[in-house]
Design a binder for this molecule. Structure first.
Ligand SMILES: CC(C)(COP(=O)(O)OP(=O)(O)OC[C@H]1O[C@@H](n2cnc3c(N)ncnc32)[C@H](O)[C@@H]1O)[C@@H](O)C(=O)NCCC(=O)NCCS
Ligand SMILES: Nc1ncnc2c1ncn2[C@@H]1O[C@H](COP(=O)(O)OP(=O)(O)OP(=O)(O)O)[C@@H](O)[C@H]1O
Length: 199
């Protein structure tokens, strides 16, 4: 039995990665969503709450992690962010491994990983797909979110590999600076192309 072809999907903040991942899923490709895995482990009764509370007192409660409060700690403090990542990333790795085992017979799988390049995950996938749009569109989308400020946006950008570099390192780029229907068509074409290769 051959192994599934693994797509690593990434993109900077607000580029449309979650939207594109949902398009792959709707087309029948099983998706591992790293952010969703993190959120469930940080949610009510999440397995990471005790470790996060011990490291960042007051950042969790009955509803799990208070994301705004924890974000204020770690996005302003690189050393704090590294401590949070040391708690979270190994746990995400274990979840990803379990997903792989569960879906070992699928022809193709997608890992939706915001920090694919930053954390070296690109080496563990077969094809890297970068979701990208012009910077002005990205800025508009992100600044329209509640709790987002210009300053927070700039800072998060500074923590991520720049979009231009991601595009250069991608095997394929999905453009989201267009209509959702056009993006969907790009996803369908890419799946066809990759299926042809794995068949
Ligand atoms: C600090 C937390 C609680 C803030 O949550 P909040 O809902 O406010 O923000 P959200 O998760 O939507 O992230 C906003 C943007 O920041 C980016 N971002 C999140 N964590 C990081 C990080 N460690 N390094 C760089 N960018 C990051 C995201 O990709 C996204 O583009 C949360 O981001 C978190 O737990 N981060 C650490 C876990 C992590 O590294 N996740 C990334 C994928 S596994
Ligand atoms: N052609 C398009 N493709 C994808 N998203 C689009 C497109 N046109 C508009 N959008 C909108 O842009 C937004 C992108 O948000 P999404 O949550 O998918 O981004 P993200 O890259 O996952 O963000 P983050 O890294 O912050 O989690 C959505 O509201 C989506 O509807």
């Amino acid at each position: 039995m051959s192994k599934p072809h693994i797509i690593g999907l990434t993109g900077s903040i607000g580029m449309g990665k979650s939207t594109v991942a949902a398009m792959f899923e709707a087309a029948g490709v099983p998706v591992f969503d790293a952010d969703a895995a993190v959120r469930s482990m940080q949610g009510p009764e999440g397995q990471l709450l005790p470790a996060i509370e011990a490291e960042f007192p007051g950042s969790t409660g009955p509803n799990g992690v208070n994301r705004d409060a924890l974000g204020k700690h770690v996005f302003a403090d690189p050393e704090g962010l590294a401590r949070l990542e040391a708690i979270i990333h190994p746990a995400v790795g274990a979840k990803r491994q379990a997903f792989l085992t569960e879906n070992a017979e699928a022809p193709m799988l997608l890992f939706d990983i915001p920090l694919l390049f930053e954390k070296g995950g690109h080496e563990a996938v077969d094809t890297v797909v970068v979701v990208s749009a012009p910077a002005e569109i990205q800025r508009e989308r992100v600044l329209a979110r509640p709790e987002m400020t210009q300053e927070k946006f700039e800072h998060i950008l500074s923590l991520q590999v720049p979009d231009a570099e991601k595009r250069e390192r991608a095997d394929h780029i999905i453009d989201t600076g267009c209509s959702l229907a056009e993006t969907e068509a790009q996803v369908a074409r890419l799946i066809e192309q990759l299926m042809g290769r794995t068949a």
